[in-house]
Ligand binder design. Sequence first.
Ligand code: RB5
Length: 142
Amino acid sequence: MKIALGADHGGFNYKNKIKEYLSSIGVEVVDAGTFSADSCDYPEIAQKVGNFVVSGEVEKGILVCGTGIGMSIAANKIKGIRAALCSDTFSARLTRQHNNSNVLCLGERVTGEGLMLDIVKIWLETPFSNEERHLRRINSIE
Ligand code: RB5
């Protein structure tokens, strides 16, 4: 599996932790930045990760900012992106099963590190249900 990963300065620490975790389970990471804790603009990073996903270069994307909100707003502007902001494992599971979300957004200032890594794990491991009603709803968004 190949994942595009991006963060602004508000999510920079978690990006490094997620990268470490993904590497430890054999997931290939395309790092879309940012590459320092200096202030930067989250829309540019969201666009990079979203484009990696819609181009098919990677299977899914993960975006982190302070709240996860800016990243999710920006990523969801890209056609074909279904970005889910998650701060609990139930939502992480359900957004894969029901929404077939292809980008996970996280808030470093909101979610503790242990929970955040559980969310990443569950989101990556949970397949889309492929149920007709969910496909219909997703197609209706597109
Ligand atoms: C940066 O200060 C902060 O606004 C950003 O990380 C994010 O939380 C935006 O939604």
